[in-house]
Design a protein around this ligand. Sequence first.
Ligand SMILES: Nc1ncnc2c1ncn2[C@@H]1O[C@H](COP(=O)(O)OP(=O)(O)OP(=O)(O)O)[C@@H](O)[C@H]1O
Ligand SMILES: [Mg+2]
Length: 351
Amino acid sequence: MGAFIAFKNVTKKFGALTVVDNLDLEIAKGEFVSLLGPSGSGKTTLLMMLAGFERPTSGEIFLDGKPITHLPPHRRQMGMVFQNYALFPHMTVAENVAFPLEMQRVPRAEIVRRVERALDMVRLGALKDRKPSQLSGGQQQRVALTRALVFEPDVILMDEPLGALDKQLREHMQLEIRDLHRRLGLTIVFVTHDQSEALTMSDRIAVFNAGKIEQIDTPQMVYDRPRTRFVAEFIGETNLVAGKVVDAGGERAVVRVGDAALSVCGNVQPGRDVSLSLRPERIRLGSTPAAANALPVTVADCIYHGDHMRLVLKSGSLELVARAERLAGDWPVGTEAVASFDPQDCTVLAS
Ligand SMILES: Nc1ncnc2c1ncn2[C@@H]1O[C@H](COP(=O)(O)OP(=O)(O)OP(=O)(O)O)[C@@H](O)[C@H]1O
Ligand SMILES: [Mg+2]
């Protein structure tokens, strides 16, 4: 099956500034794709081009195989949810939700029926006569979501829709959006700053950096197999360790770090200077020498975090951060120990 949404060589410039840089992106029907990246990396601009509010400087955008690059927004069948809800304050909940249908000149009786059904779907039926000011932030966001869903769009675009909500409500809405996505088979493109939000909600994550996608993969691949230094550092916390490849074949390599020869994952050429990415929670600490992938370390710092401890470990000039679960014992400062990890938990970065 071909891609449902496709960007082909899309560039967007504002004056001399290239904001989206010769970008290719394919999204399947029914997929939930998050765009994750630092401020100014081009996420909103990409969404605006998909919705039709911005034109690419060059390149082409396709929906279901047809070029839509020059189609106006109202002919694209896409629902949009913005960070600041953008509800009409003088209209009731039901009137807000009805608005896009009225714009499309749907008959009155059908509007009433569809609005009711959409509000029930997000459990807002009881609040339909209230004004936005009489709703909580989460309820307002649900109304905005309902308004995007009511005309049964092919695609829902969301630009940091949960950014203004407190943590508890945000997590609740994350589950609700995920559930709607599954139940309705929606195609969702979801912009977020929040990496844990992207990891928990998406089928795939596109990591943006300066107008380019550095990696697009499942949450697990992006986290466990970052391809670049940028991705490794942007998502989660990681230790970057410099070393030299001494042996390599297939997806495995042996990398010399100081006196140690470490078995790691990744496709690289022998002789290259590389960086390794090793997540803090993948480091095991023991008091006896480990068989493989072991580094002698001294505990240089130990910080209490409630459910876990963060340990700073020194091995010669190398410094590693490790995360120790509470049950894994006490590691007071000054303790000499052995840090080790499994080869599949350490990735060679391409750049
Ligand atoms: N209409 C515009 N005119 C000029 N420059 C713009 C315009 N819109 C966006 N930009 C610039 O394009 C770059 C990318 O902006 P964009 O809004 O796509 O970033 P973003 O990834 O969504 O960032 P954030 O996470 O802060 O929302 C920024 O440098 C921004 O200043
Ligand atoms: Mg933005």
